[in-house]
Design a protein around this ligand. Structure first.
Ligand code: BDR
Ligand code: CA
Length: 317
């Protein structure tokens, strides 16, 4: 294996249970250098998602700076928070201490633009929340996304149903205007949508393997029990699975060949009454549209599982 320096990444989150796992993974992977984190509303109010982000990072031993961003979407605020899947406190009721440090003063979008300009072409942004912070960054610097090494978005559903509505996935549905701007910003963009995150499953057996000695064991046990219950209201304990959306986006930024896919022309529906927030993926063989986004579709599940579980501490046989 070739030794390469860790990939410098920025992470935009709305922490959130799977966001918490993405933060842990980004901090623990020796192949990644987590430079900073920006927060957005989504799985809770901005105050909740920022609080959770700081707390999870402190629990993991990370001192990556946390920059709060958008509290509302660019246009209308039509969405209820995601309490059914993340609980009232965003962590499925898991209680972890408040962080001893405060968030940074510099707002998320300004921080993102500053970092991209300080290190043009070097940084990968993994955005696993509404794309509002990315859109605001683009309004400050229209070349922002082109100055990144890559933008990985957890969001959208190319050839499968949505999860908030039949057509729309939560992160896109929560701010379709922002998502459309991000997908059309140029640069190297990858959409890690439900097509591939629904292959990245956490199981009841995995939950049973949480080691009480890990500093984040309590968080994992409580939050993931809630998450498995929320995704499987009718399936008995022991047979439940739940998608690891946000960690997979981080992992694909780290190791793009964990999944196979293609480039497509991708746009976001902003007007439809039934389809607002849908990602419209043009798979016509002779489409005249520019193929603006890479869309992973087929995950190497065995490799994904080995990597995810071992990075977080599971002992694998
Ligand atoms: C996405 O929506 C959020 O609730 C999750 O954290 C994830 O980013 C999945 O649709
Ligand atoms: Ca998220």
């Amino acid at each position: 294996m070739v030794n390469r320096p860790p990939l410098p990444i920025l992470l935009d989150v709305d922490t959130g249970i799977d966001d918490a796992l993405a933060l842990l993974y980004a901090h623990l992977s020796p192949e990644l250098q987590l430079l900073g984190v920006t927060t957005c509303f989504g799985n809770g109010d901005l105050s909740i998602t920022t609080r959770n982000t700081l707390s999870v990072l402190e629990l993991a031993g990370s001192d990556a700076p946390v920059h709060p961003g958008a509290a509302t979407p660019l246009a209308d605020w039509s969405g209820a928070p995601a309490e059914a899947f993340h609980g009232q406190n965003g962590l499925g009721g898991a209680v972890i201490p408040d962080a001893t440090r405060a968030p940074e003063i510099e707002p998320a979008a300004e921080y993102l633009v500053r970092m991209a300009n300080e290190r043009p072409g070097e940084l990968t942004l993994v955005a696993v929340a509404r794309l509002t912070n990315v859109a605001v960054a683009l309004s400050l610097d229209p070349a922002f996304v082109r100055k990144l090494r890559g933008l990985y978005v957890m969001g959208g559903a190319a050839f499968v149903s949505g999860n908030v509505t039949a057509a729309a996935e939560a992160n896109i549905w929560g701010d379709p205007e922002a998502a459309h701007k991000a997908f059309h910003a140029g640069g190297d963009i990858t959409m890690v949508g439900l097509d591939v995150t629904h292959q990245a499953l956490f199981t009841d057996d995995d939950l049973a393997g949480v080691d009480p000695r890990w500093p984040y064991a309590g968080l994992l046990r409580e939050a993931l029990e809630f998450y498995l219950r929320a995704y499987n209201p009718k399936i008995p304990k022991g047979a439940r699975t739940a998608p690891l959306h946000d960690p997979l986006a981080v992992m694909l930024a780290e190791t793009p060949d964990l999944a196979r896919g293609d480039r497509y022309a991708v746009s976001v529906e902003r007007a439809g009454t039934l389809t607002r927030g849908a990602t419209v993926v043009d798979a016509r063989p002779y489409s005249p549209e520019e193929k603006n986004v890479r869309v992973p579709l087929k995950l190497d599940v065995a490799r994904f599982r080995r990597r995810f579980l071992s990075r977080l501490g599971w002992r694998l046989s």
